[in-house]
Design a binder for this molecule. Structure first.
Ligand code: AHR
Length: 528
């Protein structure tokens, strides 16, 4: 038995351990022991955050169609997309980038249409950026979907003054000049800006800075970019997130956290960003459709590296911040595949499959197990880009398998992690060996117990025999996501190939027995 919670959430540790290497027969039950008497950390709902960059059709087409569009919209924002996102209770949206953020000048995107400056999106396909979706449109969008704003300021090519004036525009009292300008543009009351990103990937597209140089550049942003909204005090105070590491490179974690430890009253940060994509190599070459089981297994193995990466950076952060005041914000993650043939490669458009749903669940499980340090994550990206929730084409919209996982995991938002022990067994494909199952449990705010299970093996069903220390269980019910094949997807013509359906587990020996089909994700409420 491996105690995944106490072992620091180490699915990859489990992977590395010899006892895992035995194959399990299809009928051998996987014994899962849930211990509700040892509650762990809160799984911050921000772990289910989204990322929306001005990239390809992520904003233009995916969110914004303009008020004159024949596509149903509210003030230019798609109604269908808003309804879909409301249903997954998106906790925060990171905007406007990404690499785009470090070349974004907010004044190009405010005021009447005639004043919007048309520019070139030099990072992403050289497309025309009309700046029709700017600050007021973004804030309207997060308001419509019931989310918080995570605004990334331009630290790479902008100035401290530009960033300070931007947040002043958004949050200042209506009696001030900045507040009056905002009111003239349609919004009198200050906006709420809950999260502030201090640059993006400053080790690369954000300016190719050393950690030391970045830290010196970042401090004045942390000091002078003020939030004036009088309602944003205490728990509502704006949280600043500094650029942190890329993948497993410790340089920025060490550099920024060392500086943070020595910080005085004049500056502070509340979060450190980590970016890590599941690519399986660079440039990304894994297909998003019509792939075989070998490609499936290799990519799933790659995604499990997230655990070791988070563990590594958490340990460095612990050195400087044992009280875990600074959150690790994995504010870009997801599967990055070869672009859909025939599309602009700079638009990062890809399909989304049952494989990607499993990858989403495995990563969410890793983040939940690291909930003491990982208090925000943002999947890349929300619509039409990389591992999207939503795909659109003109007036058509389809929900991806990844969307369904986010919806099924709703009970885990702000729930308390409950330790789970299990012997994952193994699934072998060629020379790739993976754990056969994964499991995570939590108690929601209403006191209900939830168990999320993933069967990584595409071919064999897994019988789960779950017990709940000190509890007699009457059964379990919830939803199951599975599909005919690992590369099954939802298209505009067949939008429900991968869709959740009701699912239950039966009471057995005081616990619950669940028969998980191959390649599936299940989320069950335990009836205790
Ligand atoms: O999500 C796409 C890009 O990936 C982002 O703009 C950048 O931050 C990262 O490299």
């Amino acid at each position: 038995m491996f105690d995944l919670v106490r072992a620091g959430a180490a699915l990859s540790l489990v992977l590395a351990s010899a006892p895992m290497a035995h194959a399990q027969g299809a009928s051998a039950p996987v014994v899962v022991t849930v211990d509700p008497s040892r509650p762990g950390s809160k799984i911050d709902r921000n772990i289910f955050g989204q990322f929306a960059e001005h990239l390809g059709t992520g904003i233009y087409g995916g969110v914004w169609v303009g008020a004159d569009s024949r596509i149903p919209n509210v003030r230019g924002i798609r109604k269908d997309v808003v309804a879909a996102l409301r249903a997954i209770r998106v906790p925060n949206v990171r905007w406007p980038g990404g690499c785009f953020a470090d070349e974004y000048h907010w004044r190009h995107g405010i005021g009447p249409a005639k004043d919007r400056r048309v520019t070139i999106n030099s990072n992403w396909g050289g497309s025309t950026e009309p700046n029709s979706f700017g600050t007021d449109e973004f804030m309207d969008f997060v308001d419509q979907i019931g989310s918080e704003a995570y605004v990334s300021v331009n630290l790479g090519s902008g100035t401290v003054a530009e960033a300070a004036e931007w947040i002043e525009y958004m949050t200042a009292d209506p009696a001030t000049t900045a507040g009056k300008e905002r009111a003239k543009n349609g919004r009198k009351a200050p906006y709420k800006v809950k999260y502030l990103g201090l640059g993006n990937e400053s080790w690369a597209c954000g300016g190719a800075m050393t950690p030391e140089h970045y830290t010196d550049v970042m401090k004045p942003f942390a000091r002078f970019v003020r939030n004036y909204n009088p309602a944003q005090t205490g728990d509502e105070a704006m949280q600043r997130i500094a650029v942190g590491p890329s993948d497993d490179d410790p340089a920025y974690t060490e550099g920024v956290m060392k500086a943070w430890k020595a910080h005085d009253w004049s500056w502070n940060i509340e979060g450190l960003s980590l970016h890590h994509y599941t690519t399986g190599g660079w440039p990304p070459s894994y297909a998003s459709t019509n792939f075989d089981e070998a490609a499936y297994a290799r990519l799933v193995k790659t995604t499990l590296e997230m655990d070791a990466i988070v563990t590594k950076h958490s340990a460095i952060m612990d050195k400087y911040d044992p009280e875990k005041k600074v959150a690790l914000a994995v504010d870009e993650w997801g599967v990055w595949l070869a672009p859909t043939p025939g599309t602009n490669p700079g638009f990062l458009q890809q399909q989304n499959s049952m494989r990607d749903a499993i990858i989403a669940a495995l990563n969410l499980n890793i983040f939940a197990r690291h909930a003491d340090r990982v208090r925000m994550t943002n999947i890349a990206q929300m619509a039409n880009v990389l591992q999207a929730m939503i795909l659109t084409d003109g007036d058509k919209m389809v929900l991806t398998p990844t969307y369904h996982v986010f919806k099924m995991y709703l009970p885990f938002q702000d729930a308390t992690l409950i330790p789970v022990r299990f012997d994952a067994g193994s699934y072998a494909q060629g020379d790739v060996r993976l754990p056969r199952v994964d499991a995570v449990a939590a108690r929601d705010k209403a006191g209900k117990l939830w168990l999320a299970l993933t069967n990584l093996d595409p071919n064999r069903p897994a019988r789960i025999s779950a017990s709940f220390a000190g509890m007699q269980v009457r059964g379990a019910r919830g939803e199951l996501l599975t599909a005919p094949r690992v590369d099954s997807n939802n298209s505009f013509d067949a939008p429900n190939t991968v869709a959740p359906r009701p699912f239950s587990g039966q009471a057995a020996k005081g616990g619950v027995q669940v028969d998980l089909p191959g390649k599936s994700v299940a989320v069950l409420q335990i009836d205790g």
